[in-house]
Design a protein around this ligand. Structure first.
Ligand code: DC
Length: 227
């Protein structure tokens, strides 16, 4: 059976991770959270004082080791699974993602990861979620989805998520921050966030998580064996 690639792109807080993880599990595919890779670089970048010179960015990209293992994200031998999810790292990740050098390094790593898995036949395919998977990293992906929802709906979800974790969460602050990140992601010069021309657009604002998964499965269903 052919190894298949499914790209799921969309803005921050839209529920991409949940959707992509569930879809991958259902299909027996590898799940790749490309945002976590940007977050790892941002985590290390923050520790170095956020240098912006080409030389230091290149070094950062080349020397940072990112490993996904048992649902954990390991960066340079540190378990950063929780730490890279803070609002601070979200902001730094959005900032560092505008540098072409960083995007190039991570694009290569994403391609290499998928190639390694394809060759090893350990999975039937891969589901990658991010901002530019269907437009830049894998423009030839077998399926491309662009998931979207209004900033207000995404901010409300984020607020509930933070409150559930016992953290302080103010709707207006979250909304302002989310719009700022949307703006940065959509307006950077290299690989800005946008739907690929041939992407299937999915509005998660009007569908429950279960309905989104069902919809995606029905889109790939005819062409991929679904267990
Ligand atoms: O999906 P996320 O929120 O974990 O992503 C964090 C940041 O990384 C986001 O603001 C933009 C950047 N990113 C990117 O530019 N390209 C990707 N493929 C994934 C994430």
């Amino acid at each position: 059976m052919d190894f298949k690639i499914i790209a799921i792109d969309g803005p921050t807080g839209v529920g991409k991770s949940t959707i992509a993880r569930q879809l991958a599990e259902k299909l027996g595919y590898l799940y790749v959270d490309t945002g976590a890779m940007f977050r790892c670089l941002a985590w290390r970048w923050g520790k170095q004082g956020c240098p912006e010179s080409d030389h230091l960015l290149e070094e950062l990209g080349d020397q940072t080791r990112i490993v996904f293992k048992d649902e954990k994200v390991i960066c340079d031998d540190n378990d950063v699974t929780q730490e890279i999810r803070t609002e601070r790292i979200s902001g730094l990740a959005s900032r560092i993602s505008r540098f072409p050098l960083i995007r190039e390094v991570l694009k290569k790593q994403q391609m290499a990861l998928v190639e390694e898995v394809r060759k090893s036949s350990s999975y039937l395919g891969a589901v990658l979620e991010g901002r530019d998977v269907g437009t830049v990293v894998f423009p030839g992906a077998d399926f491309k989805f662009f998931v979207d929802a209004s900033p207000e709906i995404r901010a409300k979800r984020r607020m509930l998520q933070l409150r559930e974790r016992g953290e302080n969460a103010n709707f207006e602050e979250i909304l302002v921050d989310l719009r700022k990140r949307d703006f940065q992601d959509q307006n950077r010069k290299v690989a800005p966030l946008m739907a690929a021309e041939d992407a299937i657009i999915v509005d998660t604002g009007i569908l429950s998580a279960a309905q989104v998964l069902e919809h995606l499965l029905s889109c790939v269903g005819g062409k991929i064996e679904v267990s």
